[in-house]
Structure formats: C-alpha cells, structure tokens
Design a protein around this ligand. Structure first.
Ligand SMILES: *Cc1c(COP(=O)(O)O)cnc(C)c1O
Length: 379
C-alpha cells in the first residue's frame, strides 16, 4: 500500500507534472519573477471562478488578513470579534495591529462562529467580525451579515480552509465562501485545498474603493510609483506560484469532489458508532473538507492517535489549544473568555487523512484501524 499521509502533494503533482514543469520553466525563461504575466492572469481567473469584482494577490494568508484590517483603517484599541477555535493567524494578526481580539464561541455543529452569540460581545468599540470557515464548512453568513449591518461592522472572511465552498441564502441565491463579507482572505499554503508550491495568498472584495486601498497597503502604501500615502507592507504572490496556481485552479472543483468522496466513505463507515460524531453539513453550506474531523466520545484520543500511528495512519489535532488559551494572549487575559464549546471541542477533535489522491486500500485501512481501536478499546 502507498504510505498514507495527511495530504499527498507528491502524487497530486505527478498527475500534473508536465503542465506544472512547463509553466515553471516558462517563468524561468521570462525571468519575470515578480509581477510576471501569470500573476495578473491567475488573479483574473480566480476572480471569474469566485464571481467577485477584485482579487488582490499577496504573499500568504496571514498577510491577507493583516492587509484587510489595515485597509479598513482599524485603529489600536478597536475590537474585532473572531472565534478562538481556529488557526492562530486569525487572532495573531488582530493583536499584532494592536486591535483587541474578542473571542466568541463556535456553533457545536458547524465549528464556525456561533452567530447567535456574537451580539452579546458587541461593544461601542467593536469594528469588525472575522468569521473562519473552519475545516471547509461555511459560517452561517446570512444572519451574520444582517447582524453586522445592524451594528455597522465590517466582515472579513477567513476563507483559508474553504475556497470553493458554496453558501446558499434563504432566497436560493448562492455565493462562494469568501465573497459574502466586505473582504475575503485566503491562503495558498501547499496543503490548502488550492495550494501552490510555496507561500501564497489572496484578498477578495466587490468594493472598488476598498480594492484600491487593499492594493495600496499590499504595495508599500504606494498610490503612484514612489509616492506613498499610507504605511503599508510588501506582500506579493510570486510569478512561479501564480503559474502553479493557474494549473491547479481549473482542477479545484475536481479536487473538492475527490475530498468529498473520501468524506462520504468515512461518514458511511462511522455512521451509528456512539464514540464518533462525524462532520456536520448544514443545508445552506457545501463542505469542501479541508479537514475531515471527528469528535470523539468516551474514547481516549491520545491512545487512538498512538494506535493509528502504529498502523501507519497519521492523524492530527486541529487545534489542541484554542487561541484564547495560548500563551501569547495570557497577559491580555485571553483565558477570561468563557467559551465552553471551544474548550470542549479542543479536547475531543481528531482529523483523519483526507486529500485528492486517496485510494480504496488506504481508505479501508484507515477506517478499519479507527474501528478496531474504538470497538476494542485497550484497557
Ligand atoms: C492556513 C490558515 C491561515 C494562514 O495562512 P498562511 O498562508 O499560512 O499565512 C489563516 N487562517 C486559517 C484558518 C488557516 O487555516
């Protein structure tokens, strides 16, 4: 059996090797390593895929979030509502800009921001909400956008894990995750659903003025060459990365389908097992399964992970410590936030391998390994 990995980037590359190698070679020949033709072309293609007016490429997903908050003119002390059950970048960027992260609990089913819990966290200082579409499931954006409009708040979607997911509104219209808020941010880190071969990221918006501001902030605050209007940063998507992404974007929907097929097989295999809650799929969101994450009940997670390791099945805990309990937020009083769902989930979740190259032998082996541990737990 081919060794099982959380993501199998090598086998995915092998299938597109001639195209990727040629595209990289073309960049090398042109030597336009920064802002070469592929950057503009990829941005335009992603814009079309997402059905959004502006795509601003940048260096990574963390920068995307930072540039978004800078472009909105948020000021030190302003409060930004975000989940604690996320990758640290979301909260880190807020703190780095001297804004105040205000952590709100997640929904026990979707693991995304609990929209009903947001209102209680809003104060006169609240300026923005940053929902995270965790594991590839979209936050319930329709009520969130209504709430944000009532309180005059910006919404920045952290879409690093859900590119390609669809959200359906009550009237039946559908939008891509990341295109519903005022700004959407994503990452092209290699293991993401649309990953490049290094670092990369992008910012989306439908607002022309905001797009101009985002472009300016990402490029040293420059309005015209060597005229710098605001303090910005230097954040670019390499031409080589854009060239790789141009090959992979047309395959994204296929990649999502392959991930979903793995998730369907896991769901079917684990259905009815009392020790397992399989991922929830809300009627108004598709799930693009950046991760396939189980919730365990009356089962020893460490021992399961160890047992799987012995069976050559990797499994990961995303995330063992929620943002509000990280040392970086200790002085700021992070632990004072009362987030029972988040705290509970961090002790129970475990993510199984899911990627575009999984074969049936691998899938059977993973499923049998999980089942044999849970059905005959060691004393
Ligand atoms: C990966 C990720 C990021 C950061 O992306 P980088 O490209 O690694 O900077 C931010 N938020 C979430 C939820 C992520 O999964």
């Amino acid at each position: 059996m081919v060794p099982i990995q959380m993501v199998d980037l090598k086998r995915q590359y092998n299938k597109i090797k001639p195209q990727v190698d040629a595209a990289i070679q073309e960049v090398l020949e042109s030597s336009a390593f920064i802002n070469g033709g592929a950057v503009q072309k990829f941005s335009a293609e992603l814009q079309q895929y997402l059905d959004i007016k502006h795509v601003i490429p940048c260096a990574n997903g963390t920068d995307a979030l930072q540039i978004a908050m800078m472009a909105l003119g948020l000021q030190p002390g302003d409060e930004v509502i975000t989940p604690s059950f996320t990758f640290i970048a979301t909260a880190e960027v807020i703190a780095m800009l001297q804004l105040k992260p205000v952590f709100v609990d997640v929904d026990p089913q979707t693991y995304c921001l609990d929209v009903a819990a947001i209102e209680k966290a809003i104060t006169p200082k609240t300026k923005a909400i940053v929902p995270v579409h965790l594991y590839g499931h979209v936050t319930d954006m329709e009520p969130l956008m209504a709430l944000a409009a009532r309180h005059n708040l910006y919404v920045i979607e952290d879409n690093a894990q859900a590119i390609g997911a669809d959200y359906t509104f009550a009237d039946g219209t559908t939008k891509k995750a990341g295109t519903i808020g005022h700004i959407g941010c994503t990452s092209f880190f290699p293991s993401k659903n649309l990953g490049c071969y290094g670092d990369g990221g992008a910012i989306f918006t439908n607002d022309d003025a905001l797009a101009a501001q985002l472009r300016m902030v990402a490029n040293h605050g420059q309005s015209a060459r060597y005229y710098h209007d605001v303090v910005g940063c230097n954040s670019r998507l390499d031409t080589i990365q854009a060239a790789v992404l141009r090959i992979k974007l047309p395959l994204l929907d296929e990649y999502i389908k392959a991930r979903r097929a793995v998730a369907d097989a896991y769901d079917a295999a684990f259905a009815g097992m009392p020790q397992i809650t399989t991922p929830f799929r809300a009627a108004n969101s598709t799930h693009v399964f950046h991760q396939y994450t189980l919730q365990l009940h009356d089962a020893d997670r460490n021992k399961l992970q160890q047992y799987l390791q012995e069976k050559n099945v990797p499994a990961m805990i995303y995330y063992p410590v929620p943002a509000h309990r990280q040392k970086m937020f200790a002085d700021f009083g992070g632990a004072a936030f009362d987030l029972p769902v988040t705290d509970n989930l961090t002790t129970r979740v475990i993510s199984l391998p899911i990627h575009t190259e999984m074969d049936n032998d691998q899938l059977d082996h993973i499923i049998q390994s999980v089942k044999s541990f849970l059905n005959n737990p060691p004393a």
